[in-house]
Design a protein around this ligand. Structure first.
Ligand SMILES: C[S@@+](CC[C@H](N)C(=O)[O-])C[C@H]1O[C@@H](n2cnc3c(N)ncnc32)[C@H](O)[C@@H]1O
Length: 291
C-alpha cells in the first residue's frame, strides 16, 4: 500500500458502503499524479483519509454529514467537549431520548456543533452504525447495545481537523453532478454512489430519504463520460449487477471502461442472512485517444 502521510487519519463514522476494507484492492488503480481530488459521495471518507490529497472537493447529499466535517474543521474543541458528555449516555433510555430530538421543535434551535455531536453519538451507539432516515427525514435506527462504543475518538478527530485546516479542502452539499461541475483536466474523481441492487424494487438505499434509482445510476454514467472527455481520471465503485456491467459496457468511440471485480465483506445489511461476501466492481474510465 501507498505510504500514508498521517496513519491516525481514518473515518470517524461507521458508514454503509465504507471502503476501508477495500483500500488495498482499490489502491493499485489510483493515479500516480493528479491536480485535484473530487469525491462527490464522501460518506465516511475512507478513500479521502487514506489518500490525504492537498486539494480536494468533498460532497455528500447528506447535509448533517457535511456539517459534521465542517465542525471538525472549525469547532473541534466544542465538539470534543460535547462528545465527552455523550460518552456518559450509552444506555437505551438516553439513546431514544436523544434520537427523538429531531422530532421536536427544539431541534430547530440546535447549533451546528450540537447536531454534529449528536450524529457521531447516534452513529456509534445505534445498531450496526446504520444511518437510516424515515420518509420525514428523521433518524430511525434502533439502539445497538454496544458495551464500549468509541464515541469520542479524540486522536482521530484531532488528526482530521489538522488535515482539513492545513490543506485546501472544500466542502459541498448537494447532488453529485453539481459537485463535479468544475472538475477539469488532471482531476481525479472517485465516485462511490449508493449501490445498485439486484432487485430494482430494493433500489431505495436509505442514506437519504430520496434514495438512489437506476435513472440516477444512468445519469452518473453520462457524467463520467463528460468528465473523461475533459481529461479527468475517473474511478467508480458499485455492486456487480447485470445492470451496472451493462451500463459501463456501453462505451463510445473514444471512451472505454475497464470493469475490475473486487471482493468485499459487507456487515451493514438489515437482513443478517444477506451479510457476507459480495462482488463489487471498480470501474476505470479512460480516454482512448493520444493527444
Ligand atoms: C456508498 S456511500 C459512500 C461510502 C464512502 N465511500 C465511504 O467510504 O464511507 C454513498 C453516499 O452517497 C450519498 N448520496 C446519495 N445520493 C446522493 C446524490 N444524489 N448526490 C450526492 N451524494 C449522494 C449518501 O448520503 C452516502 O453518504
Amino acid at each position: 500500500m501507498r505510504k500514508k502521510q498521517n496513519l491516525i487519519l481514518q473515518p470517524v463514522l461507521k458508514w454503509a458502503g465504507g471502503k476501508r476494507q477495500l483500500l488495498a484492492q482499490l489502491e493499485k488503480y489510483f493515479p500516480d499524479k493528479f491536480t485535484k481530488y473530487y469525491e462527490p459521495f464522501i460518506g465516511g471518507g475512507a478513500v479521502l483519509f487514506h489518500l490525504q490529497p492537498k486539494k480536494a472537493v468533498i460532497n455528500d447529499y447528506n447535509e448533517d454529514l457535511i456539517n459534521l466535517y465542517k465542525c471538525i474543521k472549525d469547532n473541534l474543541e466544542e465538539l470534543i467537549d460535547k462528545l465527552k458528555y455523550y460518552e456518559t449516555k450509552n444506555d437505551s433510555e438516553s439513546f431514544y431520548k436523544i434520537r427523538g430530538i429531531d422530532r421536536t421543535e427544539e431541534y430547530k434551535k440546535w447549533t451546528s456543533v450540537e447536531r454534529a455531536a449528536r450524529l457521531i453519538y447516534l452513529n456509534r451507539t445505534c445498531y450496526n452504525g446504520l444511518f437510516r432516515m424515515n420518509s420525514a427525514g428523521q433518524f430511525n435506527s434502533p439502539y445497538g447495545f454496544y458495551k464500549n462504543p468509541c464515541i469520542c475518538n479524540e486522536p482521530v478527530l484531532r488528526a482530521m481537523s489538522k488535515y482539513f485546516n492545513e490543506n485546501d479542502i472544500e466542502f459541498r452539499t448537494g447532488d453529485f453532478e453539481e459537485a463535479c461541475k468544475d472538475a477539469s483536466k488532471g482531476s481525479f474523481v472517485y465516485l462511490d454512489p449508493p449501490y445498485d441492487q439486484y432487485d430494482e424494487q430494493l433500489n431505495f438505499v436509505g442514506y437519504t430519504k430520496e434514495g438512489f434509482t437506476r435513472d440516477d445510476q444512468t445519469r452518473l454514467k453520462k457524467m463520467c463520460d463528460k468528465l473523461i472527455e475533459k481529461g479527468c481520471y475517473v474511478m467508480i465503485s458499485n455492486s456487480k449487477t447485470p445492470f451496472i456491467v451493462n451500463l459501463y459496457s456501453d462505451t463510445t468511440k473514444y471512451i472505454t471502461y475497464t470493469i475490475n471485480t473486487v471482493n468485499a465483506r459487507r456487515n451493514i445489511n438489515s437482513n443478517a442472512k444477506k451479510r457476507g461476501d459480495v462482488e463489487e466492481v471498480l470501474i476505470i474510465g479512460k480516454l482512448d485517444i493520444e493527444e
